[in-house]
Design a protein around this ligand. Structure first.
Ligand SMILES: *Cc1c(COP(=O)(O)O)cnc(C)c1O
Ligand SMILES: [Zn+2]
Length: 372
């Protein structure tokens, strides 16, 4: 059965080969129908190397397509380690050791794979930093010219990474929404493939492997809780999808609770969760050290709220002080993350879960990206 895009708002369908990135009604597409269990054959998996392509039957590419071999940088397959010996039930997954130093590589490789399959001639992307870096790297590898729209406040190191990959970087003043609008307008005007990590369902096919890997690394078990940063929700939604596929395939009996963590400077989802609302709260963001999750109006916010509630999870927010303290604590344990990369750890500290609860926390981005 080949899969299609279906709008999560109005149910209109489109082939997954569409160059469009969202439904004409404005709603985000999802891939349908689900195929739980595909790509999860343990006997096959044990013979394959660590990259996320070990799960390739779980992705929507045409059977026999081997283009991923030239595109892959070995993304995925990150280590799961105990961060503090006094907390053996808490493990951190080292997404900061990904090829471009953040988990965005998992989704970016999927976007560029789709771009090549739909015959794209060039790519545009909007990003607060890491998604742009990742897309720039894979676009370079695919030989596709790439333009990245970034907030003018983006860390110079991330911009340098994009430029090194040959991307044309366009700084935009105004909020994160203005950056997205500039990228969309450019895609429409130039016929570029819009590699949107927020809208494109293929991105979540990549991030769902984060859940698959945890299941394998814990001996085909899952933790009680995963603590995740959330801005647009690309890791939260990918994780929820991955665990849901594992559950639907009978590989696990219960999905982990998702503890999603925002910055107090920009907490539209934490606010909505506290208010028991189905929609992200409207707010005016204030500056935060967590540049990677400062998203005022996440387009998939409804889906994030629903996904977290389905796991009996929670969405909380932490202060810049808590984030910087968490960053310091991780560095003291040998793990240097960018400020956004410490958000989930700060949330775990704030949540103060009882001992004996097993928790996995991703360290999403490397410290060197934003050393200040
Ligand atoms: C992208 C990113 C996040 C958050 O991802 P969302 O999809 O916006 O929820 C968190 N940390 C780092 C380091 C990131 O690059
Ligand atoms: Zn629609």
């Amino acid at each position: 059965v080949s899969r299609v895009f279906r709008c999560s708002t109005c149910a209109q369908e489109a082939p997954w080969t569409t160059p469009g990135w969202r439904c004409p009604c404005g709603g985000p597409f999802d891939l349908t129908p689900p195929r739980p269990g595909a790509g999860l054959n343990r006997a096959v998996l044990q013979l394959r190397p660590a990259s996320l392509w070990r799960f390739r039957e779980a992705f929507p590419f045409p059977a026999g397509w081997t283009g991923w071999r030239d595109l892959s940088l070995g993304e995925g397959g990150t280590a799961l380690v105990v961060a503090r010996p006094d907390r053996p039930d808490v493990t951190v997954k080292l997404e900061l050791a990904s090829p471009t130093l953040s988990f965005k590589d998992r989704g970016a490789v999927m976007l560029i794979a789709r771009a090549t399959l739909v015959g794209a001639s060039h790519v545009v992307v909007d990003s607060s930093g890491n998604a742009g870096t990742a897309v720039a790297a894979y676009a370079a590898r695919a030989g596709l010219p790439c333009r990245v729209f970034v907030p003018s406040t983006t860390s110079p190191t991330k911009v340098a990474q994009m430029v090194a990959h040959g991307a044309d970087v366009v700084p935009v003043n105004g909020g994160r929404a203005a950056v997205a609008a500039a990228a969309e307008a450019n895609a429409v005007a130039t016929g570029a493939f819009y590699a949107s990590h927020v809208y494109d369902p293929f991105f979540f096919e990549g991030t769902k492997t984060f859940a698959f890997e945890i299941w394998e690394q814990m001996g085909h078990q899952v933790p009680d809780v995963v603590a995740l940063p959330v801005g647009n929700g690309t890791l939260v939604l990918g994780c929820a999808l991955g665990f849901a596929e594992l559950a639907a395939a009978g590989a696990i009996s219960q999905v982990p609770r998702i503890l999603a963590v925002q910055s107090l400077g920009c907490p539209p989802l934490a606010l909505a969760f506290a208010e028991e609302s189905d929609e992200p709260a409207e707010l005016e963001a204030s500056p935060t050290v967590a540049e990677g999750i400062a998203i005022e109006s996440p387009p998939r916010g409804r889906q994030v709220l629903a996904a977290v509630r389905r796991t009996d999870g929670e969405i909380i927010a932490v202060s810049d002080e808590e984030i910087l303290a968490a960053r310091h604590e991780l560095a003291a344990a040998g793990l240097f993350v960018e400020p956004t990369g410490a958000v989930a750890w700060a949330g775990l500290t704030r949540a103060d879960l009882p001992a004996g609860i097993t928790v996995v926390v991703p360290l999403c981005g490397a410290g060197i990206k934003s050393p200040g």
